[in-house]
Design a protein. Structure first.
Length: 284
């Protein structure tokens, strides 16, 4: 099967997809002895001989998935020009070149997914695909019911109104509120901006779910490989997003149905959030 040349290079672990494209444009890549400078060139990894700077590529590493519980005050990238600690420092036993699927703010913590599959990562990160993400949040002040209702229906930000969300109170406090917030979008700093919009700034934020994955009891600063069941669930989610992307009119119809389902979830959450609220304090 033929695949794009930059993907073959990236899959070998030599460089990222973007860096692989730079290598091709710079004329440092040959296919069957011929220099290739055109992006989009396709090759058959099983038959074609690909070299970078005169050296054969290593065989592609097996597909790898890692779950990390990122601590606060760590950059959610694999390197940092400013010399701050990065998530790469927390992966000493991971010998496959992986990269994060999305990011968390420097002062935020919680679940991060890392993989060596760039195509799958792009499918999960595409803004049209709306992978649900759930956060445990401590906010300043006590949220009134109308504030929760506004967050669930959508609030206006500088880049447009947010989509339906699910917001639940998960603990009682005298001065601040603990919330569990699920969003289906991926805008920059979205949750913090949503809470700022209702005048309740975020004090602490921890991601506890990403799509089918749950953080569980993974200690802060530790990682683990996904189980087979978890990895298959992630692959299935990516396949669904790929079908949506390729489906044209049918995809738009499915997206519309998904939007109605999410709105229904939000309405159900509003009607049921008063039923049972834990009286225990929640800690991050």
């Amino acid at each position: 099967m033929e695949v794009r040349l930059q993907k073959v290079i990236a899959d070998s672990g030599l460089a990222s997809r973007r860096k692989a494209e730079e290598l091709i444009v710079q004329g440092r890549v040959t296919v069957n002895g011929q220099v290739v400078c055109e992006l989009g060139t396709k090759v058959n990894p099983e038959k074609d001989h690909v070299k970078v700077d005169g050296r054969h590529l290593k065989p592609a590493a097996p597909q790898t998935f890692v779950m990390l519980n990122k601590p606060k005050n760590v950059v959610s990238t694999m390197s940092d020009p400013g010399g701050r600690g990065t998530i790469a420092d927390l992966l000493p036993g991971v010998h496959v070149r992986v990269f994060p699927v999305g990011r968390l703010d420097f002062d935020s913590e919680g679940l991060m997914l890392l993989t060596n599959d760039g195509e799958l990562a792009q499918l999960l990160l595409h803004p049209r695909h709306h992978v649900p993400k759930t956060y445990l949040i401590k906010v300043k002040g006590m949220l009134a019911p109308e504030h929760i209702d506004a967050l669930e229906k959508g609030v206006m930000l500088d880049d447009g109104r947010t989509g339906p969300a699910i917001v639940k109170k998960v603990g009682k406090a005298t001065e601040n509120s603990w919330l569990e917030v699920t969003i289906f979008e991926g805008r920059k700093h979205q949750v913090k901006r949503m809470l700022d919009a209702v005048n309740h700034p975020v004090l602490k934020l921890k991601r506890v779910k990403f799509g089918p994955l749950a953080l569980g009891d993974l200690p802060t600063g530790h990682y683990r490989y996904l189980t087979d069941r978890e990895a298959n669930a992630v692959r299935e989610l990516a396949r669904e997003r790929q079908d949506v992307q390729a489906g044209g009119g049918q995809a738009r119809a499915r997206q519309a149905r998904l939007k109605r389902v999410r709105a229904k979830w939000a309405r159900n959450a509003r009607s049921s959030r008063q039923k049972t609220v834990s009286s225990k304090r929640v800690s991050i």
